[in-house]
Design a protein around this ligand. Structure first.
Ligand code: SF4
Length: 711
């Protein structure tokens, strides 16, 4: 037997022994009926559930899983069998990690890692993964001989937008080396024990269950999904023992190549297990092995620029200066002009730049972008304008919140000391805009204005009238007022049989793709994920049945779906990929529906959490009675119009209710003549069970009580 296989089996057998002992001890201590569960997931112990279909809920379920684990270790001299032994180590690691949660809701409280990654986090990663904003996932494991090596590699991944999940002492090495850690920075410490690597594995496994419509127990389907659709790979740092080697074999079985920084000599497996001892080549080799292509946009600015910095918070004490609508006029405006009115790539700072402004103070700021292009349309102005938020945030040391005339921008002292100035903001706008919108924009000129009077003048004379014009356009933008809807198939990389139909009154269920966005996407990429759908021959306006919707959905899903109604939750409802902002489900007692949003971790009156509700839909499958959707769709007059509309809503989490209250109350007044409709909708502070909910609805005389049965 090769030295490599010998190590794999040694590791797998050692983990199997540890697992069996730990399970027996836990049962002896707590009894077989003691509950065992990972936090905030609807997928039990996800690896075991996905691979075997077994729903582990109590300690008494685990001995059978240990038997499965042991059966995977054949000790035969065969690479395929050895990789199965690696999967056995994954099963063991999952059980050992799950045992940490028995009798301890937060076993990672004292660890710098976060442990298990909850379902809502995975759902929130869906859109950045499909858009390529996160081009891949690196699992970094171990302790580097030289801390600088791992710091450099992780910073490189961060600058490329790669999501890095870390296990072991490399976490502290990176923290001490100045790597910004946390989900917001796309560098997530999982834990120190090697078994914590399972928390990376279950992210991939649950992607298959959430987005891929995998049948639990379909192990070949799972391995195919992770190999083909989850762009992950593993880097180990420092010496590796047999347990790490067997865990690595599990990663390879899932299709994730492993790059180690020690010389494995002839034990290397080309394409799957390779040695890279020169850390300058680690990133390049890892990306090559997983075929991850990074689009590099060269930006002549003195700070790093990457989507990984989007969530960076800059506290008051760390800021050099701030620009905020709370204390001074601000605005962001994209305006279409004729080509002869502007000079391409002209960037002007009007007023004082950061080095002339008193540190720690708040100032006025306008970002005024003039664009020209034969194919440019005023409808694309707000689409480009909303990009400013992301582009500014991508600069390390810049925090941007808000939009239009309600913004706050902070520049950190660190970024200022590195030389960041407002001219660089103009460069970022120019380069990114010409990169992403080159199909419609031929010329672009940028003014960054800090002169208060000039900002005020721009705000009053151009920005506010433009915002009002656009609001009016949006107000009048209904499904009836346009000639075309659009498909969006971006999520097919994870959910192959899913297709969103985006209309003016029904945005994509991720909440990130409006009809204007889809229209612009089509113009920018005519063969891309958004294709126009004709509205001709509408068969049912209330349910939203259009022949071309059915045809385009059938084409887009390669025949997986043949009929979709746009406004019904019961009859051929739109599918969900899994990254929906909200899920709506029928509440049979009241004859209404409840809605839960991704951020809500509590219980709903259906006796299910968001995660449990969400697990019933997704994967591009139609599930009558459940519907994933965006927040904005709740106040749409098309929301479930086939079943009576949003009058059916009886319960929402308070935060969601408050967020949509203004729009929903306005729409309810217009559509049904009801005042303050949201006062009639319960939330978790009022009811989390059906009886209390019904009593509340009766007290409020909720209109749902007078509606026809929904089923
Ligand atoms: S609109 Fe639909 S398919 Fe497109 S990114 Fe959003 S959820 Fe995915």
């Amino acid at each position: 037997m090769s030295a490599l296989m010998d190590l794999i089996y040694k590791g797998s057998n050692a983990v199997a022994g540890l697992t069996e002992n730990a399970v027996n001890e836990a049962i002896a201590k707590y009894g077989e009926d003691k509950k065992v569960a990972m936090p905030d997931t609807a997928y039990f112990l996800p690896t075991i559930y996905a691979a075997t279909g077994v729903k582990v809920t109590k300690l008494g379920d685990l001995p059978a899983c240990v038997n499965v684990q042991k059966s995977l270790i054949t000790n035969k001299e065969d690479l395929g069998e050895a990789l199965n032994a690696g999967l056995a180590t994954a099963v063991g690691a999952e059980i050992l990690e799950a045992l940490k949660y028995v009798d301890n809701a937060d076993p990672y409280a004292e660890d710098s890692g976060i442990g298990f990654v909850p379902d809502p986090v995975i759902r929130s990663l869906g859109v950045p993964l499909v858009t390529g904003d996160i081009p891949g996932v690196a699992v970094v494991l171990g302790k580097a001989d030289n801390a600088e090596d791992v710091v450099k590699v992780v910073k490189d991944y961060q600058s490329k937008g790669i999501l890095t999940l870390m296990v072991g002492d490399c976490i502290e090495q990176c923290a001490e080396g100045g790597v910004k850690l946390g989900l917001d920075f796309r560098v997530v410490p999982l834990g120190h024990d090697v078994t914590a690597v399972i928390h990376a594995v279950t992210v991939a496994v649950r992607a298959g269950l959430i987005f891929g419509n995998l049948t639990p127990g379909d192990l070949p389907g799972l391995l195919k999904y992770t190999k083909e659709r989850v762009p992950a790979f593993v880097n180990t740092f420092g010496p590796i023992d047999e347990v790490v080697v067997s865990a690595g074999a599990g990663a390879i079985a899932l299709g994730f190549p492993v790059v180690v920084d020690i010389d494995l000599g002839e034990n290397q497996v080309p394409g799957a297990l390779e040695s890279v001892t020169d850390h300058d080549n680690t990133v390049k080799k890892s990306l090559e092995l997983r075929n991850i292509k990074i689009k590099v946009t060269e930006l002549p600015i003195p700070v790093a620029f990457a989507s990984a910095f989007e969530g960076e918070i800059i506290r008051k004490g760390d800021m050099q200066v701030e620009f905020s609508s709370h204390k001074a006029p601000t605005c962001e405006l994209v305006e279409t002009v004729s080509a002869d009115e502007i000079e391409d790539h002209k960037i002007t700072v009007v007023g004082k730049d950061v080095d002339e402004l008193e540190p720690g103070k708040t100032y006025a700021l306008a970002t005024y972008i003039k664009v020209a292009g034969a194919k440019m349309q005023p409808d694309f102005e707000p689409v480009i304008e909303r990009k400013i938020h992301a582009w500014y945030n991508y600069m390390e040391g810049v925090m941007h919140t808000g939009q239009r005339n309600q913004i706050r921008i902070r520049i950190s002292k660190e970024a200022y000391e590195k030389g960041l100035r407002l001219k660089d903001f103009g460069e970022v706008i120019y380069v990114m805009l010409m990169d992403e919108f080159d199909m419609v924009v031929d010329k672009c000129e940028v003014e960054i204005i800090t002169d208060t009077e000039k900002v005020q003048e721009l705000l009053e004379k151009k920005a506010m009238p433009a915002y009002e014009r656009r609001d009016e356009r949006l107000e009048n933008l209904t499904d009836e007022s346009v000639d075309e809807f659009y498909t969006c198939t971006l999520c097919q990389s994870f959910a192959p049989s899913h297709c969103c139909v985006v209309t003016p009154e029904r945005l994509g269920l991720c909440g990130a793709v409006s009809w204007l966005d889809a229209k612009a996407t089509y113009q920018l990429n005519p063969t891309g994920p958004s294709q126009p759908i004709s509205k001709e021959g509408c068969e049912d306006e209330v349910k939203g049945v259009y022949p071309d919707v059915n045809k385009k959905v059938e084409e887009a899903t390669q025949g997986a779906l043949t009929r979709v109604t746009l406004y019904s939750i019961m009859e051929d409802p739109m599918t969900s990929c899994g990254c929906f902002e909200c899920i709506c489900g029928i509440e049979p007692f009241s004859n209404g529906v409840i809605i839960a949003n991704r951020e809500y971790a509590g219980m709903t009156p259906l006796g299910m959490t968001f995660g449990e509700l969400a697990s019933m839909t997704g994967g591009g499958v139609q599930t009558p009675g459940f519907m994933g959707h965006g927040r904005h769709f709740i106040s749409s007059k098309k929301f479930m119009s086939a079943e009576g509309g949003f009058e059916r809503i009886v319960w929402m989490p308070k935060e969601l209710k408050d967020d949509v209250a203004e729009r929903l109350n306005k729409a309810a007044k217009e559509k049904y003549g009801i005042d303050n409709f949201t006062d009639m909708i319960a939330d978790e502070t009022i009811a989390t069970d059906e009886e209390t909910l019904m009593a509340f609805l009766q007290e409020k005389n909720h209109p749902v009580l007078g509606l026809d049965p929904i089923m």
